[in-house]
Design a protein. Structure first.
Length: 202
């Protein structure tokens, strides 16, 4: 779907709509950058979804970094407003209305960082958390492996080819509709795979 919008530099752009569903939470992104929309569809295609979105965000291209030097990601909340900011992105979200807007650099590094921060907040209301871990499905059950970087989480997940890989980098744990804990794949991947896997398994 295409929509008209205005970039941070005053340029009129056609917004492309991309919907991603991660851990059962669907968000609609109206991206003012066609380049970024194509990259999102390519890199996160496993997570494209037609389901109703809980949140709609209008994101315009950022023409210049907000600061002359690198700034860390900050997540702040005041009342119903949740803000995600870094030197290359700035977005304000109204949690009560399910809408938001902001600007972002036209690359997957900025977009991936943004949605990690976004989902860390959305999961709080859904008994969920993002965890640095690898995970596989074996005989119908999910197994997650945590540890420090370089401790072998990915290696353990990959050494048994009969296992079905959920993730090699970041997973989501959240309560399912029946109260069971689900291990959910994410599009946030390491170096051992080309794409994330949209699997959910108790």
């Amino acid at each position: 779907m295409l929509r008209e919008g205005i970039s941070s530099g005053g340029r009129k752009d056609v917004a492309e709509t991309v919907q991603l569903e991660i851990a059962g939470i669907c968000v609609e992104y109206r991206l003012g950058s066609g380049k970024l929309a194509r990259e999102v569809r390519h890199d996160m295609g496993e997570f494209l979804s037609p389901n109703p979105a809980v949140l709609t965000l209008d994101l315009s291209p950022l023409q210049e970094h907000r600061a002359t030097s690198w700034l860390p990601l900050t997540l702040t909340e005041e009342g119903n407003e949740f803000r995600v900011e870094r030197h290359d992105l700035s977005c304000r979200i109204d949690l009560s209305s399910g809408t938001g807007s902001g600007v972002m650099a036209e690359n997957m590094y900025a977009f991936g960082t943004f949605i990690r921060g976004l989902y860390s907040r959305l999961l709080l209301d859904r008994q969920g958390i993002i965890l640095h871990a690898s995970a596989v499905i074996r005989n119908g059950t999910a197994y997650a492996f945590t540890g420090r970087s370089g401790s072998g989480k990915t290696t353990i997940a990959l050494i048994s080819p009969e296992n079905r890989l959920i993730t090699d980098e970041l997973l989501i744990l959240r309560r399912g509709p029946d109260g069971e804990v689900l291990v959910c794949g994410t599009p946030f991947i390491g170096d051992s795979v080309q794409t994330g896997f949209n699997h959910q398994q108790p």
